[in-house]
Write a protein that binds this ligand. Structure first.
Ligand code: FES
Ligand SMILES: [Fe+2]
Length: 270
């Protein structure tokens, strides 16, 4: 783990190729195996540098995606991913760019907004022109830690899918040519969330189609930002107590709330 065993400064930042990693605070130097190799003045009597090493973490990969878990006893990645690898084909996709942004809303408000398309006809006119968001056509599905939405493109019937992996990963596959945007919902403060999305397309993708998709994607992003930041203001009044959920159209939100309640110990495991 990238936290110095001395007094906690992050050891490495950025990207590069090094034979050893030196902490910028007091110069403790670690080998790539994580073992402490050298520490200035460490021969002072009473200090024992023996056996000091960066904390190990669990690491596993799904295609080009590397997942890190600080818990060494965590269940294997495959069990968390469930059927995601069946639903999301990573083959033949190539990384294009990363979009980073901040939202003035609690991370759970952001996740809940992601988990329903009840708001789509009202708040996403462009998206709803492209994708059939009616309850007859738009499908919701929850299995294990994977909460999925499937919406057919009105013109072609090609299905787009939008997946959420508990606790905070979103995967978007727009209908049409192979594509993926993927990234976490990161709590920063109670009222602030950081996000990034990595965009992938097939190497020979039709650039006009890509540009059109990115334009609509940005439009949906602006619309969702306005929604979640306004909801944050609403819930921050403290006057809502609790909301109300539609049993069908918002059942993924209900599932998310169960998972939150169980993870925070405020209810039994769902
Ligand atoms: S915190 Fe890393 S060397 Fe002091
Ligand atoms: Fe939305």
């Amino acid at each position: 783990m990238n936290v110095c065993r001395h007094r906690g400064h992050p050891v490495a930042t950025g990207a590069g190729r090094r034979e050893a990693l030196q902490c910028p605070y007091h110069g403790w130097t670690y080998g790539l195996d994580g073992e402490l190799r050298a520490a200035p003045r460490s021969r002072e009597p009473g200090f024992d540098a023996e056996g000091i090493a960066l904390r190990p973490v669990s690491v596993d990969a799904w295609g080009p995606l590397v997942f890190v878990n600080p818990d060494l006893d965590a269940p294997p990645l495959a069990s968390a991913l469930g059927r995601l690898p069946e639903l999301v084909d990573l083959d033949g996709l190539e990384f294009r760019f990363r979009d980073e942004f901040d939202l003035a809303a609690n991370w759970k408000v952001v996740c809940e907004n992601y988990l329903e398309c009840y708001h789509c006809p009202v708040a996403h006119a462009g998206f709803s022109r492209l994708v059939d968001v009616s309850p007859e056509a738009y499908r919701l599905d929850a299995e294990g830690l994977v909460l999925s939405q499937f919406g057919p493109e009105r013109e072609t019937g090609a299905v787009g899918s939008f997946h959420f992996l508990w606790p905070n990963l979103t995967l978007n596959l727009w209908p049409g040519e192979p594509n993926l945007s993927i990234g976490p919902v990161l709590p920063v403060e109670p009222g602030r969330t950081a996000r990034f999305l990595d965009y992938f397309f097939a190497p020979g993708a039709d650039e006009a189609w890509v540009a059109e998709l990115l334009e609509l994607d940005a439009e949906v992003g602006r619309e969702d930002r306005a929604l979640v930041e306004a909801v944050q203001e609403g819930v921050a009044t403290g006057l809502l107590e609790h909301g109300r959920l539609l049993p069908e159209s918002e059942r993924l939100v209900a599932r998310f709330q169960e998972l939150v309640a169980s993870a925070t110990g405020s209810s039994d495991p769902p």
